[in-house]
Design a protein around this ligand. Structure first.
Ligand SMILES: O=S(=O)(O)CCCN1CCN(CCO[C@@H]2O[C@H](CO)[C@@H](O)[C@H](O)[C@H]2O)CC1
Length: 491
């Protein structure tokens, strides 16, 4: 494999290219039940099933950013980036889940954080939903309940009313596929409902309507007054055909259409609606399984129009690459999205990793190819990479993370300069080590190390923080960067 994203080493980032860094409330704030915050579905899952988290930890305190947000803002400033992407915890702002009871202390915390960022001349970007649904709403069905469309719209309105004067970048949902496929159709994410084949489709159907409502509300009521942009952050691996047979090439395209395309086609494609391949496959499988109607709910023509075009940018979260092939026969549980789509993904064991997240192989060319695929498939939509990063076990001399960022930023530069991909920004995941969901604190993604045993959760810049701020300032890769050097990943 030539794993590199390209050979030229002196490309630079345009002046107006946006650099940022990202976090999420459920992973950094802690204060899980302080000052009026109610239980989220993650608090509930982890408190009732401690074995869900590999190191049996929880996010009750995490990086204690509820208390230490001024230090966080300072770190963002030290990095020299333009934008700080953080999420607002629904259960902290609306403890009952409903907008009839707004928690003033919750609003105050986010006001304080935003004011601190503005003081440092950093632009805030708010993710409205980064997985932490109030448990009280899950108790009445969560995202399988059609009324979530209204509950989410009411929640978004509270945030726009309170913050739209200072927040000019909004992300409605972080990785809806993780929420729906892994949380409602599986057990990898909260609420771990695992009603595969049914609930992942209900969750997606309601979530896309909720997203469109928030977009139209912002577009009509707040953008005229404050300007600003609103989009969605979709997670996507790159899908490389396992072999160069037509069958495997079709499998790779089918993976992209039925995973990231599940959410991107309704919002960003010219025709809207779910991807035709997904509709065809789920309808056929449902009929073969004697369902009286397809397990994939249908949008009315009005709903297709209501959802199409509801984003100013394509937020992309990318980490790694898979090899795709068509399944021979049935795969996955019956019924399930996996079984409906019928493809198999593997990773080449020779790809470098040495990461604490087993799935995170270092494949820079995949990032470049994915950016080109999105640009081509969705007609040059402005892309903002809202997450990209690398996980290791510990330490500030993080040579592997330095190498990962160098290679992925090199791939991005080639996507920009050679493929003319429509990328306008790049945000590193993450500002600091934080609660990595089922991996707890074992897997660290931070540019800053967090000492979770110290009373002040001391944050210390890693080598990668210096690498990243160097790129932001110089607009290019450091001298001596070698696109073929993957030594940092050999154990
Ligand atoms: O092959 S397996 O099925 O065993 C694992 C599938 C691999 N995916 C890759 C994409 N990733 C999205 C990560 O999710 C994002 O990335 C960060 C790091 O994980 C999180 O901390 C963020 O909260 C989240 O936005 C979820 C796991």
């Amino acid at each position: 494999w030539d794993l590199s994203g390209g050979k030229t080493t002196n490309y630079t980032f345009p002046k107006d290219f946006l650099f940022g860094v990202s976090t999420a409330a459920g992973q950094i704030e802690g204060a899980w039940n302080i000052d009026g915050k109610s239980e989220s579905i993650w608090d509930h899952l982890i408190h009732t099933h401690p074995e869900f988290v590999k190191d049996h930890t929880n996010a009750d305190v995490a990086a204690d950013s509820y208390r230490l947000y001024k230090r966080d803002a300072e770190m963002v400033k030290e990095l020299g980036v333009d934008i700080y992407r953080f999420s607002i915890a629904w259960p902290r702002v609306l403890p009952s889940g409903f907008a009839n009871d707004i928690n003033p202390l919750g609003i105050q915390y986010y006001k304080n954080l935003i004011n601190e960022l503005v003081k440092h001349n950093v632009t805030p970007m708010v993710t409205i939903y980064h997985w932490d649904l109030p448990q009280k709403l899950q108790d009445i069905g969560g995202w399988t309940n059609v009324n979530m469309v209204d509950y989410y719209t009411d929640y978004a309105k509270v945030l726009f009313d309170n913050f739209a004067d200072q927040v000019k970048y909004w992300v409605t949902f972080n990785e809806p596929m993780q929420t729906c496929l892994e949380g409602y159709g599986g057990t990898y994410r909260a609420p771990a409902l695992n009603r595969h084949g049914i609930a992942e489709y209900l969750c997606t159907h309601n979530l896309l309507k909720a997203h469109a409502n928030a977009y139209h509300l912002y577009d009509k009521e707040y953008r005229p007054k404050f300007g600003g942009k609103i989009g969605m952050s979709l997670d996507s691996n790159w899908a490389e055909p396992k072999t160069n047979t037509t069958r495997d090439k079709d499998a790779a395209e089918l993976y992209l259409q039925t995973h990231v395309g599940w959410y991107a086609h309704p919002v960003y494609s010219a025709e809207g609606n779910y991807p035709p391949d997904l509709i065809r496959l789920v309808d056929a499988k449902s009929a073969a399984q004697n369902y009286s109607r397809s397990r994939l709910p249908k949008f009315t023509p009005e709903e297709v129009t209501h959802i199409r075009g509801t984003a100013d940018f394509f937020g992309l979260n990318h980490y790694t690459t898979y090899l795709l092939s068509m399944a021979d026969g049935e795969v996955g549980a019956i019924p399930s999205h996996e079984n409906d789509v019928g493809i198999v993904r593997v990773q080449d064991p020779q790809w470098p990793s040495k990461s604490s997240s087993a799935w995170l192989k270092v494949v820079p060319f995949g990032f470049r190819r994915l950016l080109h695929w999105i640009t081509k498939t969705y007609n040059g939509v402005p892309i903002i990479v809202t997450e990209n990063g690398y996980a290791d076990f510990d330490g500030v001399e993080d040579a592997a993370r330095v190498s990962y960022y160098s290679h992925y930023l090199n791939a991005l530069l080639h996507a920009l300069h050679e493929d003319k991909s429509s990328v306008h920004g790049y945000f590193a995941w993450s500002l600091m080590d934080n609660f990595e969901w089922d991996d707890g604190y074992v897997s660290r993604f931070g540019l800053y190390l967090v000492d979770f045993n110290s009373p002040n959760k001391t944050r210390t810049a890693k080598q990668s923080a210096r690498l990243y701020s160097g790129v932001v300032r110089s607009r290019g890769l450091p001298p001596g960067y070698d696109p073929q050097d993957f030594k940092a990943f050999s154990s």
